[in-house]
Design a protein around this ligand. Structure first.
Ligand code: NAP
Ligand code: ZN
Length: 348
């Protein structure tokens, strides 16, 4: 075991405390990553505040991890000391079920092992990226291409893949009209990726406050859902809508924006149920779907795609002491557009 510094929340809604945690000794296939940056995902907050159910405390969240390899196990083949590496939302899965074999480990039939608040193969609880080091099996570690700085790469490990996967699955590309609902951490990366895939991109935000940024990220159109007339004007417009909103929206209104055979994908994961009347789907043969992160192979593909297209997250770097404030700002939709914790600040 090795003792490393981390920030943990001791109970739901309790402030973060600087503490130490134990990381396991390296197994033959493990790598030790020195974490440089960890993004703050809204899922950290849903989890840490027990909005999705009970969790195991103290909780060290963080599943948007970027750093460098500091040590490798005896059988590690894909990484060398000094390599730039990333870890996303899962650190293991059964590797045997049909979904794992298909490279869709996030949908492992036995349940993937979460980067935090999971139970590792060694039976110990997993701790996430709000810490200086992490030990992970190399099969669940990604290569961060040279073209992307580690700080703006970190959020791609969750936000990036969570948008890339459905955009690819539902074939966002030239000739397709894609809407992204909510321009926060997930949404802003989604705008960039959808644009790079060649789609015509519209942002549906609560207000026009971030319109200039949205256009800079590549949006062709930007609408405020709070403005009267937006839903009427856009009725039947989109092939694909990706809803990234962390709160429950009136689905019927948003579904009305899909054209014939259009699909609405929920990646936002509010604690409250979403209401979908049958007649929001029936008239235009609409589909309503969900999507969860992406597999390891697809996550690497996403990172390579982002490097090729010069895509990183827009970030605000914070210290370990600013995590509580950052969480409140995320909940208030006051984030531009991802908080990234700089673990160098843990030393002070
Ligand atoms: P975020 O940075 O807080 O972004 C969410 C955005 O939704 C906000 O910036 C805001 O955008 C909009 N929004 C928030 N509250 C709203 C409300 N009451 N009404 C309308 N719009 C509202 O969060 P995030 O990190 O992107 O995560 C978003 C959601 O995705 C969370 O629920 C998270 O748990 C989930 N998630 C899912 C997956 C997955 O695999 N499916 C992966 C990661 C995260 P505007 O200001 O532009 O309106
Ligand atoms: Zn996340």
């Amino acid at each position: 075991m090795r003792t490393v510094t981390a920030y943990a929340t001791p109970a739901a809604k309790a402030p973060f405390e600087k503490t130490t945690i134990e990381r396991r000794d390296l197994g033959p296939n493990d790598v030790l990553i020195k974490i440089a940056f960890a993004g703050i995902c809204h899922s950290d907050i849903h989890t840490g505040r027990e909005e999705w159910g009970k969790v195991h405390f103290p909780l060290v969240p963080g599943h948007e991890i970027a750093g460098t390899i500091e040590e490798i196990g005896s059988d590690v083949a894909g990484f060398s000391v000094g390599d730039r590496a990333g870890v996303g939302c899962m650190v293991d899965s059964c590797r045997e079920c049909e979904n794992c074999k298909a490279g869709e480990e996030q949908y492992c039939l036995k349940g993937n092992i979460g980067t935090y608040d999971g139970v590792g193969r060694d039976g110990r609880p997993t701790d996430g990226g709000y810490s200086t080091h992490i030990v992970v099996d190399e099969n669940y570690v990604l290569h961060i291409p040279d073209g992307i700085e580690l700080d703006v790469a970190a959020p791609l490990l969750c936000a990036g893949i969570t948008l890339y996967s459905p955009l690819r699955h539902w074939q966002a590309g030239p000739g397709k009209k894609v809407a992204i609902v909510g321009m926060g951490g997930l949404g802003h990366v989604g705008v960039k990726i959808a644009k790079a895939l060649g789609a015509e991109v519209t942002v549906l935000s609560q207000s026009l406050r971030k319109e200039v940024d949205g256009k800079r990220f590549g949006a062709d159109h930007y609408y405020a859902t709070s403005e009267r007339g937006t839903f009427r004007e856009l009725r039947g417009t989109f092939d694909l809508i990706v809803n990234t909103v962390s709160a429950a929206l009136p689905m019927q209104q948003y579904l009305s924006l899909l054209k014939l055979d259009g699909t609405m994908v929920n990646v936002g994961a509010p604690a409250q149920p979403l209401e979908v009347p049958a007649f929001a789907l029936i008239p235009m043969r609409r589909s309503w779907a969900g999507s969860m992160i992406g597999g390891i192979r697809e996550t690497q593909e996403m990172l390579d795609f982002c490097a090729e297209h010069g895509i990183g997250a827009e970030i605000e770097k914070i210290s370990g002491e600013q995590i509580d404030e950052a969480w409140d700002r995320v909940v208030d939709s006051d984030v531009r557009y991802r908080f990234v914790i700089d673990t160098a600040t843990f030393a002070s």
